[in-house]
Design a protein around this ligand. Structure first.
Ligand SMILES: NC(=O)c1ccc[n+]([C@@H]2O[C@H](COP(=O)([O-])OP(=O)(O)OC[C@H]3O[C@@H](n4cnc5c(N)ncnc54)[C@H](O)[C@@H]3O)[C@@H](O)[C@H]2O)c1
Ligand SMILES: O=C(O)C(=O)C[C@@H](O)[C@H](O)[C@H](O)COP(=O)(O)O
Ligand SMILES: [Zn+2]
Length: 364
């Protein structure tokens, strides 16, 4: 029998939190009891509707191992990131008698792990949790780094907590059931990691964009691992986003406004793709970024099938929403831009005319 390759990427403890590992490979669920800790008696498996079978199989497996295990099904995608769904989960924990030594497992895409982490952060002011991401985006970004949260009517991720998981299990086999649209959406965050920190990612995708669109591509594991390393490196240094972590928000100021404007019918990754083109244009217009690197954004994102434009008649609404972005300080809008490949920087209070000009470049 050939041994399955297993990659272990450690996220260092920061701001008083424990270090933890992100495992990338196949058939990793054997690691779960170790990650749940030796004091957990009850385990809640939070999963989306789309993964009802996976959630139930995981629950049954944990029950066989002696845990009092419950499966808590939540809506698919962004519909799960609401106060109502969080309250539904708290009720399930309360009715099962969850104590501070019990644990939560979030299995699903980024929306599910954001919710599961938030429920873990808020229940009894914080219980242990393990992330089992099942989308590219979840593996390379959402499940790593301890940003957990839900949306409110006013915007994306406005309520949440920094609450790192005890471990992250990325089983590459899970990606085989993911639709192309969702698979490709995750590539936006992979490409983001390439532009802000690891240009080798961009070269791997440029070599064969069609192959990058499927889990069977020759570089799938390498792309995922490289993007995880970028994220792990940044959050190891700055868990609470008091500085360097802001670079992970590249493209997100506009992206979150588009998601809200579309009532979350756009996937996060698609919005981030448009947001990165906007940020690249803003960098170019501000005299910070060279033409070739700015143009490379559009070419690369387009080559894998991600959107690079958005309807042009929504600018006033988008601008209004961007004002509540977490990087804003008072009335000052702040954007992450590039000053070259892998050279992210903050652009403070850009002139409204610059914003409008960058918007014109993405307006459909
Ligand atoms: N916390 C963070 O640091 C962070 C980072 C990036 C993104 N996010 C958040 O992640 C979310 C986006 O995550 P996403 O792109 O994974 O989307 P998602 O969680 O909305 O999942 C997309 C769809 O795929 C389904 N699905 C998940 N895994 C599947 C599988 N293996 N097979 C078939 N269907 C599957 C889901 O149920 C959902 O319907 C956004 O809410 C975004 O804000 C958070
Ligand atoms: O981990 C981070 O920090 C990021 O900014 C990663 C982003 O990809 C992610 O979408 C995150 O949820 C955005 O956070 P927010 O603080 O802007 O809501
Ligand atoms: Zn993101």
């Amino acid at each position: 029998m050939t041994e399955q390759a297993l990659t272990r990427i450690t996220v260092a403890g920061s701001a008083g939190t424990e270090p933890y590992d992100v495992l990338v490979g196949r058939q990793l669920l054997g690691e779960l009891p170790f990650l749940l800790g030796d004091r957990a008696q009850r385990v809640a498996v939070l999963h989306p509707e789309a993964l009802a079978e996976t959630g139930e199989a995981l629950r049954a497996d944990l029950a066989e191992q002696g845990y009092e295990a419950i499966a808590v099904q939540v809506p698919n995608a962004e519909e799960a990131k609401t106060a109502e769904v969080a309250a539904y989960c708290w009720k399930a924990l309360g009715q099962t008698g969850f104590t501070r030594t019990d644990a939560i497992v979030g299995v699903g895409g980024g929306a599910t792990t954001d919710l599961a982490g938030f429920v873990a952060a808020s229940w009894l002011r914080g219980v242990r949790w393990v992330a089992v991401p099942t989308t590219v985006l979840g593996m390379v970004d959402a499940a790593v780094g301890g940003k957990t949260g839900i949306n409110t009517a006013e915007g994306k991720n406005l309520v949440g907590a920094f609450h790192p998981p005890a471990g992250v299990l990325c089983d590459l086999a899970a990606l085989e059931s993911l639709g192309t649209h969702d698979y490709v959406g995750g590539l936006a965050e992979v490409i983001k990691a390439g532009f802000i920190a690891d240009p080798a990612i961009l070269e791997l995708i440029e070599k064969d964009p069609a192959a990058a669109r499927t889990p069977a591509g020759p570089h799938t594991a390498e792309l995922i691992e490289r993007a995880i390393r970028v994220k792990a490196d940044v959050v190891s240094e700055d868990l609470r986003e008091s500085g360097r972590r802001e670079i992970l928000n590249y493209g997100h100021t506009l992206a979150h406004a588009i998601e809200k404007n579309e009532r979350y019918t756009w996937r996060h990754g698609a919005a981030v793709a448009v947001g990165m083109v906007f940020a690249a244009e803003l960098g170019r217009i501000a005299g910070r970024l060279d033409d070739a690197t700015a143009d490379r954004h559009r070419a690369l994102l387009r080559s894998v099938g991600l959107p690079v434009s958005y309807r042009g008649d929504q600018w006033p609404k988008l601008l209004d929403t961007m004002k509540v972005d977490k990087k804003s300080r008072g009335d000052r809008l702040r954007f992450i831009v590039l000053e070259g490949l892998a050279r992210p920087a903050v652009l403070e209070s850009p002139d409204p005319a610059m914003l409008l000009a960058a918007h014109a470049e993405i307006a459909a």
